[in-house]
Write a protein that binds this ligand. Structure first.
Ligand SMILES: C[S@@+](CC[C@H](N)C(=O)[O-])C[C@H]1O[C@@H](n2cnc3c(N)ncnc32)[C@H](O)[C@@H]1O
Length: 250
C-alpha cells in the first residue's frame, strides 16, 4: 500500500469511528467517559488487571475514539523511525481495537495481522478495524499470558500499551515468550506510555531486552491530533499537544 492509499485509509477509518461511536453517545458523554478511563490508566491500576478499563459503553467508546487513533499514530511514527521494521506478518498481543498492529501493518504495505485479546468487545472492534483499513487481519480471543507464541523468522510481535495491564507474574511469563519469539527469528516491539508509575517493571524489561541486543527508546512526535481526538482530549482535561511513548525493539 503506498503512502497516499494508507493516508486515505486512515481518514476513512477516523470518519467511520466517529459514526460508529457517536451514534448513541454525545461527544460530551464520550469526553466524560474518557476522563474516567484516563484516571483508570493513571490512578487505578488495580482495576486494569480485571478488565475495568473497558467495563462501560462510554469507556469503550472513549477508548475506540480517542486512545486507539492515538496509539495508531504513535505506532506509525515509531515504525517510520525504526530501521528494518518490515516483517512478513504481525502478531498483536493485547490488540484492543486493533489500531496499533494495523498501524504497523499499513506502514509496511499491508501485512497480515493476527490480533489476540481477552476482551470480546475488543476482538469484534479489531476485526472491524482491519476491514475498515483494508488489511488482511483477524483477531481472536485468548489470554496472552497463557498462550504459547510460535513465531516464524521475519515475522513481528507487537505488545502496545498492554504489558502495564498485566499482573507482575503475568508480565514475567510474557517477557519469556517475547524473548523466545526473538530467538525464533521474530522482531519484537513493545510500546508503553512514558510514565513514572511503571518505572519498576520497565527498567527490568529494558535490561532484559538490552542483554539480547534490544534497543530502548523514548519518543516525542510533534504530530497534530485529528480534530475529533484533539477536541475530546481537551474536553477530558488531557493535554493532547504532542505524542510521546517509549519502546523496546528487538
Ligand atoms: C490499553 S489496551 C491497548 C490495546 C492496543 N494494543 C492499542 O495499542 O490500542 C490493553 C489491551 O490489552 C488487553 N489485555 C489485557 N490483559 C490481557 C491478557 N491477559 N490477555 C489478552 N489481552 C489482554 C485488554 O483487553 C486491552 O484490550
Amino acid at each position: 500500500m503506498d503512502a497516499d492509499v494508507s493516508a486515505q485509509a486512515l481518514e476513512r477509518w477516523l470518519a467511520a469511528l466517529e459514526q460508529r461511536h457517536l451514534a448513541n453517545l454525545t461527544p460530551s458523554e464520550v469526553a466524560r467517559a474518557l476522563r474516567a478511563l484516563s484516571s483508570c490508566y493513571v490512578e487505578r491500576r488495580a482495576k486494569l488487571a480485571h478488565g475495568g478499563a473497558l467495563d462501560t459503553a462510554g469507556k469503550r467508546a472513549a477508548f475506540a475514539l480517542f486512545y486507539a487513533p492515538l496509539h495508531f499514530l504513535v505506532v506509525r511514527e515509531i515504525i517510520r523511525a525504526l530501521p528494518d521494521a518490515g516483517v512478513t506478518q504481525i502478531v498483536d498481543v493485547g490488540c484492543g481495537t486493533g489500531a496499533a498492529g494495523a498501524a504497523w501493518a499499513l506502514e509496511i504495505g499491508g501485512t497480515r495481522v493476527r490480533g489476540i485479546d481477552r476482551n470480546p468487545w475488543a476482538i469484534a472492534e479489531a476485526n472491524w478495524t482491519y476491514a475498515q483499513l483494508g488489511l488482511p487481519g483477524r483477531a481472536s480471543r485468548d489470554d496472552v499470558t497463557r498462550l504459547t507464541l510460535r513465531s516464524v523468522p521475519g515475522s513481528g510481535v507487537l505488545a502496545a500499551y498492554t504489558i502495564n495491564e498485566l499482573s507482575a507474574p503475568a508480565r514475567l511469563t510474557l517477557l519469556d515468550q517475547l524473548l523466545r519469539a526473538r530467538r525464533q527469528g521474530a522482531r519484537v516491539l513493545v510500546i508503553e506510555p512514558i510514565a513514572k508509575r511503571m518505572s519498576g517493571w520497565w527498567s527490568q524489561w529494558e535490561q532484559a531486552f538490552e542483554q539480547v541486543a534490544g534497543v530502548a527508546q523514548e519518543w516525542r512526535f510533534a504530530v497534530p491530533l485529528p480534530p475529533r481526538q484533539w477536541a475530546l482530549g481537551r474536553a477530558a482535561g488531557l493535554d493532547p499537544r504532542e505524542l510521546t511513548a517509549r519502546s523496546l525493539w528487538l
